[in-house]
Ligand binder design. Structure first.
Ligand code: DQA
Length: 142
């Protein structure tokens, strides 16, 4: 099973963001963990991160041909980027939306997720382990 993991805006500075909320690890460490989990689940994973919304959208489009499952953490784009929602909508593969922090219990503006109606499931507030749970979900829904 081929899985693409797309981390969005500001996730490149993860290690410098509030460790209580985001787990205190760098994007490199997070991706290494994801690759390890993927190996043990016998999945082929490609992790990518960008701060460029257009690039993120291109990668969502690419998942149509390149992936059997998609994990997205669009960061703050989740709360307002309808363009990303529309890029995900036509995909027929399962999509898991992950947030390290529990956005459902933070500021009002963060409780809005414009992508939530086009994803298969959401995992919030589990820290880095949320990505492991996302891979396990995709494995179970192969
Ligand atoms: C986040 C939550 C967003 O509200 C925030 O803007 C992020 C990270 C998370 O993983 O908890 O950048 O997506």
């Amino acid at each position: 099973m081929r899985v693409t993991v797309l981390n969005g805006v500001n996730l490149n500075i993860l290690g410098r963001r509030d460790p209580e909320l985001y787990g205190g690890i760098s994007i490199g460490e997070l991706e290494n963990r994801i690759y390890e989990w993927a190996r043990s689940l016998e999945m082929m994973v490609q992790c990518r991160q960008t701060n460029d919304e257009g690039e993120y959208i291109h990668w969502c489009h690419d998942a149509h041909n390149n992936a059997d499952g998609l994990v997205v953490n669009p960061g703050a784009w989740s709360h307002y980027a309808w363009s990303i929602r529309d890029a995900l909508e036509p995909l027929t593969i399962p999509i898991v939306e992950v947030h390290l922090s529990n956005i459902d219990e933070r500021e009002d503006w963060r409780r809005v997720s414009v992508t939530s109606d086009v994803v298969s499931t959401r995992i919030v507030g589990q820290g880095p382990d949320g990505y492991k749970q996302a891979l396990e979900y995709l494995k179970a829904h192969e």
